[in-house]
Design a protein around this ligand. Structure first.
Ligand SMILES: Cc1cc2nc3c(=O)[nH]c(=O)nc-3n(C[C@H](O)[C@H](O)[C@H](O)COP(=O)(O)OP(=O)(O)OC[C@H]3O[C@@H](n4cnc5c(N)ncnc54)[C@H](O)[C@@H]3O)c2cc1C
Length: 399
């Protein structure tokens, strides 16, 4: 039997972050079901989290000073800010090296399928191994069998993503969301050019169900091959074979911790609902979470109540309610609704848009009240309407 003080299940970015923060002080074992640590995602974050985490400076591929949001008729809001596109290979490689340097074990090709808690320890079965730990951190993302088994999350919907890395020609602008109207229910195209003449291109479909009812792979190919974007895209570059796919669940944890078990990352709903910029929140909080978990381990207070009172919130309650409310609307939006959002993005100051996007908006300041007042005087405004709705929900039973 293998033993460790902390067992981290899931070798995605959240598992690697929390494991690397705990490894200097505790024995840590990471289990990942794939045969190697996955590199099937890319991340855009704000630059604040890089300032907070200068150790990852070499893991950023490219910075942007703006992002475009485009409606189906071409109306474009260019939002200025400081954004980072991360280099997946470098970030995963850096975290893996840190783990090994501190003596942590990384067991790839091991799938967790059973667990039990007994006498202050948690026993995990992962493929052929039995592992005993004092604390299990569930970082298994969308597929976490523990989140499913324990019924600890209320899921409102999903983002279904399908993408690939493509070659680029000429100057390509970073596109955060473009509602290319290839279907009656809006999906969104995004395109993030890298520093080496490629781009991450993907379709994002907000959906109540995680089963796809349409082929977003075909829609992506249409956009890359036949739309106005095709002039800037080169699909015939043999080395650019990286493809991306994933399902990002959006919801709220009923219980972000159980006795000897903590949920983190996508499994712990660390992501803001409407913007799905989860890595920003994870980079912002993972060291605080590790510190809190570390003191619980040192005091040997690892019951649900102890863990719940120790872990910091990933965002303020008001930001979470705002994000949830906007996500509920995204699920119902038609293309004209999204166009009204683009109009808002054109009108409001960039710092307001960016802090709403990355879930660090200060709802206590004057700008929030101005946005809420817009809901009264300009009821067609999307952002103002959702700020006002978030305020109402904050003070009502429907939190
Ligand atoms: C294509 C794509 C683009 C994205 N772009 C962005 C972006 O720009 N910015 C952003 O912040 N977020 C983005 N996201 C969201 C992204 O998913 C999260 O930010 C983040 O990667 C989630 O990390 P995680 O480690 O919590 O979960 P995951 O990355 O899902 O990792 C979970 C890991 O657990 C493993 N696992 C699952 N079940 C088991 C098991 N039973 N036993 C062992 N291991 C198991 C899985 O194999 C996986 O490696 C994107 C997502 C996708 C799919």
């Amino acid at each position: 039997m293998l033993t460790a003080e902390v067992v981290v299940a899931g070798g995605g970015v959240s598992g690697l972050l929390i494991a690397s923060a705990l490894a200097p002080d505790f024995s840590v074992l990471v289990i990942e079901q794939r045969d190697s640590l996955p590199r099937n995602k890319y991340w855009l974050t704000n630059e604040k989290v890089l300032v907070e985490n200068p150790q990852f400076g070499a893991c950023v591929n490219r910075r942007y000073g703006f992002l475009d949001f485009v409606a189906y008729d071409g109306l474009t809001a260019t939002v200025h800010g400081n954004y980072c596109l991360w280099d997946t290979e470098k970030l995963v490689g850096h975290l893996e090296r840190e783990l090994l340097r501190h003596g942590a074990q990384v067991l790839t090709g091991h799938r967790l399928y059973s667990l039990s808690t007994n006498r202050g320890r948690v026993a995990i079965r992962a493929s052929s191994q039995t592992i005993s730990g004092r604390l299990l951190i569930d970082c298994m993302g969308f597929g976490s069998p523990i989140v499913g088994a324990k019924d600890v999350a209320r899921i409102s919907g999903y983002y279904i993503l399908h993408g690939r890395e493509v070659g680029t020609k000429g100057v390509v602008r970073p596109i955060a969301l473009d509602n290319v109207a290839v279907h009656k229910h809006p999906a969104f195209f995004e395109l993030f050019p890298t520093a080496q003449g490629t781009a991450h291109a993907a379709i994002i479909l907000p959906s109540r169900d995680y089963r796809r009812c349409r082929s977003i792979g075909d829609e992506l190919l249409f956009i890359l091959r036949q739309s106005h974007y095709s002039g800037g895209i080169n699909l015939d570059v043999p080395s650019q074979q990286r493809s991306y796919s994933g399902i990002v669940p959006v919801g709220r944890m009923r219980k972000p911790a159980l006795d000897h078990i903590l949920f983190f990352g996508e499994a712990g709903q660390a992501n803001p609902a409407a913007s799905a910029t989860g890595l920003t929140r994870m980079l912002h909080t993972y060291r605080q979470v590790a510190l809190a978990v570390g003191s619980c381990l040192k005091r040997d207070t690892l019951n649900q109540g102890d863990l719940l009172s120790a872990i910091p919130p990933y965002m303020t309650r008001m930001n979470r309610i705002f994000q949830e409310s906007l996500f509920e609307s995204l699920l119902l939006f038609n293309s004209d609704d999204f166009r009204r959002l683009v109009e808002d993005l054109k009108e409001y100051p960039a710092e307001v848009i960016n802090s709403l996007l990355f879930a660090d908006f200060n709802f206590g300041d004057l700008r929030a009240w101005r946005l809420a007042a817009d809901a009264l005087f300009r009821p067609h405004r999307v952002l103002g309407h959702h700020v006002a709705r978030a305020v109402r929900r904050y003070f009502s039973w429907r939190r």
